[in-house]
Design a protein around this ligand. Structure first.
Ligand code: 13P
Ligand code: G3H
Ligand code: ZN
Ligand code: ZN
Length: 309
């Protein structure tokens, strides 16, 4: 039971053909909902903090909450920085005691991305902190990076090999057609699995990461819209595609949007059905339960990580 880096988790996931869920956290209820799910499923777990989450919650609070979760449940948990945009934020998280960081240099040309990523790897290595890099551009919105779909570029397999060799990263986020947020596909969802197979064959045994992997479940969108929300045309990655990716070298699957939708749907429902209620525990509690239920489903039926702790 400890805060761990991702090395052993990814090794087991790769060999076992499943993926570890990496869930974005911003407050106590979100952390508790996710952790209860991982505990109930006896599953490995990555909790990740974006720059926006750091600004919102202060990383010290989030780290203490994660430590409390480890103490309470006995789980091994990776505490990871999501989309670090420069060396400084990665260093700050490493110095704060995070066990893993992402340096997202995907907006830079290859040589600059390699130089920046290598700098973070060299610093992180001294502390046993694992590093995720990114190559290729996802469409959609990130905290610091906005990429329109015409500027999205899929990961080049040969560049991926060069990137991994020259930077020494522990894992690599790739672009094969996913994007961040609730509006991932205008038409039929499709991912470039042929490209994924080539990348996997050129980097055998190396853990890949899929960002923008929320499924945007219809039930949550419908509930949000039924209880006063306006989320028209939302669409995510079908669950069977995620299962397929998990069997093809993808060891980490990032989920944030589905957490937001599950919690918001539940809170909206409480507000409409119990308009006289104003005790935050009466809506945050069910919101937390909704997160737990959704994450358990994910771990069990999508990631294949139940019992893999
Ligand atoms: O990739 C993510 C965080 O890095 C989250 O992706 P979603 O928006 O699909 O949940
Ligand atoms: O990649 C994006 C994640 O969903 C984090 O979102 P955020 O930057 O709004 O915290
Ligand atoms: Zn990115
Ligand atoms: Zn992401």
């Amino acid at each position: 039971m400890a805060l761990v880096n991702s090395i052993e988790m990814f090794k087991k996931a790769y060999e076992g053909g499943y993926a570890v869920g990496a869930f974005n956290v911003n407050n106590m209820e979100i952390i508790q909902g996710i952790v209860s799910a991982a505990q109930a499923e006896n599953a490995p777990l990555i909790l990740q903090v974006s720059a926006g989450a750091r600004k919102y919650a202060n990383p010290i609070y989030l780290k203490k909450l994660v430590e409390a979760a480890i103490e309470e449940t006995g789980l091994d948990i990776v505490l990871h920085l999501d989309h670090g945009e420069d060396f400084e934020i990665c260093k700050a998280c490493i110095d704060d005691g995070f066990s893993s960081v992402m340096i997202d240099g995907s907006k830079y040309p290859l040589e600059e991305n390699i130089a920046l990523t290598k700098r973070v790897v060299d610093y992180a290595k001294q502390f046993g902190v694992t590093v995720e890099g990114e190559l290729g551009k996802l469409a959609g919105v990130e905290d610091a990076v906005k990429v329109s779909s015409k500027d999205a570029t899929y990961t080049d397999p040969d560049e991926a090999v060069e990137f991994v060799e020259r930077t020494g990263v522990d894992s690599l986020a790739i672009a094969i057609g996913t994007s961040h947020g609730a509006y991932k596909f205008k038409g039929e969802p499709s991912l470039d699995f042929a490209r994924l197979e080539v990348i996997t064959s050129k980097l055998p045994g190396f853990p890949l990461v899929l960002h923008g992997a929320s499924s945007v479940p219809e039930e949550f969108v419908a509930l949000c819209n039924k209880y006063g929300g306006e989320i028209p045309g939302a669409r995510g990655v079908p669950e069977e595609m995620l299962r397929q990716a998990a069997k093809s070298g993808v060891c980490k699957i990032n989920i944030d949007t589905d957490l937001r939708l599950a919690m918001t749907a539940s809170i909206r429902q409480t507000f409409v059905e119990h308009p006289s209620e104003f005790d935050p525990r009466k809506y945050l509690g069910p919101g937390r339960d909704a997160i737990q239920k959704m994450v358990q489903h994910k771990i069990k039926n999508v990631l294949g990580a139940s019992g893999k702790r």
